[in-house]
Unconditional design. Sequence first.
Length: 291
Amino acid sequence: MMRAALTLLFFLLLGAAQAAAPPQLVLDVARFRNENVAVKGAVVEVYATVSGQSLTYKRRGPKLFQAAATVTLEIIRPDGAAVYQETVLLKPPVLRDTTAVIKNPISFQKRIVVPDGSYVLRGQVRDQYKGGTANIVEVPLVLQSTSIKPVLSDIVLLAKPASRTIADGNNFIRNGFSLTRAPGGLYARGAEKVYFYSELHNATADQPLTLRYRLRTPTATKDLVTTTGSVTGASGKPTVVSGEVDISKVPAGEYVLLVEVRNAKNQLLASQTAKLSRNPDDYAPAGAVTP
């Protein structure tokens, strides 16, 4: 009798803890050079992704259920003042069965021109159909866009190859390329390649460049995977650096992707890194959808 009572109490407490858990929020940030020379600062692209698994689904009709989340984004200066603030309501696709294992994430993208300096990007998410504590995520943000040397923008990690064919209206568009973001840099079940996009600024026009992509663990100096590519410096616009790395034989874990740009003399002109994780035992939909 006592064992049964303790077991019941355990499951009641477990259910209460799950019910009180705030929704999950992932913030991805990519900084690009502002091509409008008349405007000082950088272009900050913010991708806020809310997990569909962490939301409460409310009945909207016969066998129709939908969730909703309120996301507030802020870019805050050291003195506490906000240079940008916006609140959006995100709704993932309608489900006919809330017991489905996969519930698509929902994401919101914003492009903001921000002056050079140090900031904090703060995101806050609330479940519209469940009371409880909001989830707050903060990301340091440092902007420096005055370099005249070749420099790579932040690396955008993708779930699919960057494409000039706009086949999916939910993808994000950058420099004419359709980009399907991999939220949080997660590559899960079925993902055998890491795709990425970046932009090289201040490259000499028509200059042949060699690209090297290296994958290693965060504390290692030896590469697990190395791939090469090539690109020619663009004239009057950023040079797109886009590629892929095969991770089919890489075990689960945390990794760093290093992208290098070298000239014909093998001299390093610019480099950039991005953190990612591989979890082949988990499942993640290929990219989030927009509201």
